[in-house]
Write a protein that binds this ligand. Structure first.
Ligand SMILES: [Fe+2]
Length: 191
């Protein structure tokens, strides 16, 4: 598949996922849509960085625009992390989701208006098909591999999530882990 058609399709797909997330009527549905949307966002930008910008920046021949596109990726990731750390039923969630949606829309617009037309002029149809295959495989791999903040988003019992103020499962305090290790060590020496 042509790389540019594929990426435009991914842009539409991510925007649809973010709209579904905004419209999800309850907490359970919102958490499921959130994980799906954040994985798709990260997989998309990572696949572009790996198989488009890293390999074909010379064809774009405009370093400042490439820097700007990569900076936009960094803004998207920051907005995604902020959203992942908000309780899906809390007051910050909608505002953070809007920030991510706006950032992603701007990213898609910039690429479709400038990067893609320039690549279309500088690459052959065969090259675009090869890049499209790489991007498609990379997107699916990265989406399945997940993303660390998303892996931390395990649904918590409603009361525990409310008590913590957000939906992110936190690691155990180090003191607790060390205490458990000491207990295990003592038990091993005693046996
Ligand atoms: Fe993109």
């Amino acid at each position: 598949m042509d790389a540019l058609d594929l990426l435009e399709q991914q842009h539409r797909d991510v925007r649809d996922r973010l709209e579904r997330l905004a419209a999800a009527p309850d907490l359970v549905g919102r958490q499921a849509e959130l994980i799906d949307a954040l994985r798709a966002v990260e997989a998309h930008v990572r696949a572009e960085e790996t198989y488009l910008y890293a390999k074909y920046s010379a064809r774009l021949s405009d370093e400042s625009r490439i820097e700007s596109a990569l900076a936009e990726h960094a803004f998207i990731r920051a907005a995604a992390r902020e959203l992942a750390s908000a309780h899906a039923d809390g007051p910050l969630f909608a505002a953070r989701l809007q920030v991510l949606s706006d950032r992603f829309a701007r990213h898609a617009e910039d690429e479709e208006d400038w990067v893609f037309p320039k690549l279309k002029r500088s690459l052959t149809d065969e090259e675009l098909d090869v890049i499209g295959s790489d991007l498609d495989l990379a997107f699916n791999f990265f989406k399945e591999a997940g993303w660390a903040p998303v892996r931390a988003l395990r649904p918590l019992p409603r009361t525990a999530a409310s008590a913590r103020g957000n939906g992110v499962a936190r690691s155990k305090p180090r003191a607790t882990v060390r205490a458990k290790s000491r207990v295990r060590g003592s038990a091993a020496r005693a046996s």
